[in-house]
Structures are given as C-alpha cells and as structure tokens.
Ligand binder design. Structure first.
Ligand code: PMP
Length: 355
C-alpha cells in the first residue's frame, strides 16, 4: 500500500473504501447498487439522514442550524455565500490568507462591496495576520481556517461582531469547533469527509433571506434547507461515502480523538523538519497547519533527489504546490501515523546520504 500524502482528493480510510465498493455492487444486500436506486427511496433517505445526524453529533451542531450536502465544490460556495448573505449596497469583510481566500473574495465583489481587512499576500501567505478589526457594519466576515497550499492554519478563531463565515475545506472534522461562533461553515468533502462531489454547508437559519435578492433555486440556501438537500437529485455516491467516513470517525472517538492523532502526526513531522539540516519549514511557527505540512530543502538542488527517494519508498503526493515549491505532506484524518514515520525515516536516510 502507498503512503498517501496527497492534498486532495485525499486519503480515505481503507475500510470505508471497501464498504463503499460493496455498496456500489450491492447496497445492504438489497440486490441493487446505491447508484441505481431512487434518491427518494427509503434506503437513500436513511443514508442522507444518517450523514446529517453524524455531522450534527460530531460537531455538536446547536439548534437553529441546517446541515446541507450540496454540489459544485467549495468554489461554488465562494459565490453562493455573497449571493445569499451580501446585499447589493452591503459590505463583506474578508481575511486574505491564500489563493482560496482570494478566490472567495473575488466572487464576493460580483455581489457587493468587499473589504480585505488584513492580508499576508506580500509574504506569499506564510503567516496568518492577527492584528485587525472586523467592521461591525459588515454583513459577514469570511475566513479560510486552513490554507491548504501554504500550510498555515488559524489555531484560534477571531471573535466577530458579525456572522462569521468559514471555508473549512481542508480542516473540517480534524478538531472540535464551536459551531455557534459561526454563521456559516462550508467544506468540500474531498479531504477529511469523503470523495469529491459534495460540499457540506452548515448554516444558521436566522442569517438567511435578508438580501432582498431573487436567487435561482439551486443557489438559494433557504430552498436547499426546505428541500433537505434534495431540491434536485443529490450526489448520492459522494453523500454515501461521506456518511461511511463520518461513521468511521465516530467509531474512532470523534473529533476530540482524531485531534490528538493529528497533533501527534504533525508534531513528529515538524520536529524532524526543524531538526534535519537538509530541510526547513516555510511558515510562521505559530501558524503551522496540522493538516498540510509544507517544507523545502535548505539546498534547492536536493529537491528532485528527495522526491525520487519518496517514490522508491511508496510515499506519494508530497510534491509542493507550484506556488510554494518544495514539499507538502498532507496528513488528513485517515492518514495513519505509521505513514508519517515512513516519511520521517526517508528524511533521515536522505540526510545520512547527503552529509
Ligand atoms: N478552499 C480550500 C481551503 C481548498 O483547499 C480548496 C481545494 N483544494 C477549495 C476551497 C476549492 O475546493 P473545490 O475544488 O471543492 O471547489
């Protein structure tokens, strides 16, 4: 088996993949595939209901919030958030911490005014800005909790005077959160929740329906809430595999237990990066991500050879994003700590060889 450090679509638990494969051939012994039954059948309705219930349980979602499984990826939410929450003459505040945050705020500009209240763009997004004031007259404040490309993460969330909207695509379900601090949370499934094809949205009902805009049904959160994510045919396979992944997470002890594992994995890797003279980290220490660990070779000429060594050891997906270079080890929930140790061993072997 390979050690899968890919940034996304990322590693899924092996047992989930096996269950999903079974369900594709014969779902729960009914003699039909999960892919060839009506989404309105009791069988699929039970899958969706369990997925929603697991999200509520795992994240302790309070009353007054709706849980949706939508389509179009997190990138669609970049537009649906302002479409639904930003009146034409209104203003939205954004924290610019990377390319994804930047794409989100660009979409918002199509719907109203956007204020970038802080940005780390000038330093290639190697840290999370902390010194800023969130304007109290904004319709909402948008953050990206984990910056997949750069390997930075907000370890503390700001207190916002206006509804806080968070893109949690790459760290949802990796640690406990207080949903009540947020107006809306969204996350593409394909890192910690399941396969690409569905996007989780958790929204506080009372912030909806205030823009005075007519919104096409598929893009209108209240319509999706009313339809229970079934205004149209939902992405049945992606929801099914997400449900299986959330079941797996619950059986492991939920987000509290997985947070401990994630920290152990990240800490072991950062200790090695800081210790090993051939490698160095690129981001501010306080803002280092527990999900995407970015680093480079102290001598850039070594990078190709290290990637070749990784390849020999069945370590895949560690090449850094083109805008950062070097390496990115994504250590999502499903990646076992044994894979992290294989990577650390490779780094040590590489240092021995290049003394
Ligand atoms: N936000 C973040 C933080 C991401 O990491 C990604 C994808 N890697 C996206 C948004 C875009 O997601 P999608 O491809 O589902 O539109």
């Amino acid at each position: 088996m390979k050690h899968n450090f890919g940034a996304g679509p990322g590693i899924l638990p092996h047992e989930v993949l096996k269950q999903a494969a079974e369900g594709v051939v014969d779902f729960n012994g009914i003699g039909l595939s999960i892919l060839e039954i009506s989404h309105r059948s009791p069988e699929f309705e039970a899958v969706l209901a369990e997925a929603v219930k697991l999200v509520k349980e795992l994240l302790n979602v309070p009353e007054g919030y709706s849980v949706l499984f939508l389509q179009g990826g997190a990138s669609t939410q970049f537009a649906l958030v302002p479409f639904n929450l930003l009146p034409q003459d209104g203003k939205a505040a954004y924290l610019e911490t990377g390319v994804w945050a930047n794409k989100a705020l660009k979409e918002a500009k199509n719907f109203g005014n956007v204020e970038i209240i802080a940005s780390s763009k000038a330093d290639n997004f190697t840290y999370i800005p902390k010194d800023y004031t969130i304007p109290a007259d904004a319709s909402y404040f948008h953050i990206t909790t984990n910056n997949t490309i750069y390997g930075t993460q907000l370890h503390e969330y700001p207190k916002s005077p206006v509804p806080m909207v968070a893109d949690m695509s790459s760290d949802i379900f990796s640690h406990p959160i207080n949903v009540a601090d947020f107006g809306l949370i969204y996350a593409g499934a394909q890192k910690n929740m399941g396969p690409a094809g569905t996007t989780l949205v958790i929204v506080k009902n009372e912030i909806l329906g205030k823009t005075g805009r007519t919104i096409p049904a598929m893009f209108d959160y209240p319509t999706q809430v009313e339809g229970g994510s079934m205004y149209n045919t939902p992405p049945v396979f992606a929801i099914y595999v997400s449900m299986l992944t959330l079941r797996w997470l619950k059986a492991k002890g939920g987000v509290e237990a997985i947070e401990k594992e994630n920290k152990a994995k990240a800490d072991a890797l950062y200790v090695e990066i800081d210790r090993n003279p051939l490698f160095k980290a690129v981001c501010a220490k306080d803002d280092r991500s527990y999900m995407n660990v970015t680093f480079v070779c102290t001598n850039p000429e070594h990078e190709k050879a290290f990637l070749e060594l990784c390849d020999e050891k069945d370590i895949v997906g560690v090449k850094g994003h083109r805008s950062v270079g070097g390496f990115r080890a994504s250590i999502y929930n499903a990646l076992p700590i044994t894979s992290v140790h294989v990577l650390i061993d490779a780094m040590q072997e590489f240092a021995e060889k290049n003394k």
